[in-house]
Write a protein that binds this ligand. Sequence first.
Ligand code: IYR
Length: 221
Amino acid sequence: MREENFVVYEHEELSEEESISRSESFYSEMNKRRSVRHFSQKSVPEEVIQNIIKTAGTAPSGAHKQPYTFCVVSNDELKSKIRKMAEQEEFINYNGRMSDEWLDDLKKFGTDHIKPFIEDAPYLIIVFKKSYNEGEEGKTRNYYVNESVGIAVGFLLAAIQNAGLVALTHTPSPMNFLAEVLGRPKNERAYLNIPVGYPHSSANVPKIERKELDEIAQFYR
Ligand code: IYR
């Protein structure tokens, strides 16, 4: 590879103490994140949404293809349409499409097919994955698409928390209707619907515990 394709990596090294302290405080902030299902209708500056999507775009992706489109829906008519269609699919999910084990696993979250958050949240960030690209020279490939989009959404959720907002990762399966409603091209598939905004003043969240470090990590020292 020719040298002109590379630049020097700029790195500011932290002291070990600083590194420990910053990792602790980032963890402490992220540990406050909860999936919130009750949104206030309070508006959020679009600039904040633009910045969190720019943050998502900094995530690593297969061959640096950035195989995603983040569709930002704030239009009330579109939101109502999406809510109606999501509730139709969810009604079928909760009344036969999901197994008894699945319904049982969801009991503690108190979810059902009614989804007011789709209309209440000021923004829906609807994430589409690009299975391939359709350009002037025809189709080109993307790689590790699910991994790439998943990592970008992780960055997005962290940026939402950092901006003092809340979100829900909503998967109204099947999600094909989202591509139809938003007129997406045929190389794009809906990946997640993420309502973003402020929590409702009486929002509550389920009492759940997170796994301890030794339950999610193994150290091979
Ligand atoms: N998509 C449905 C069901 C649902 C599934 C899982 I896995 C959850 O963690 C929560 C809900 C819904 O949104 O209600």
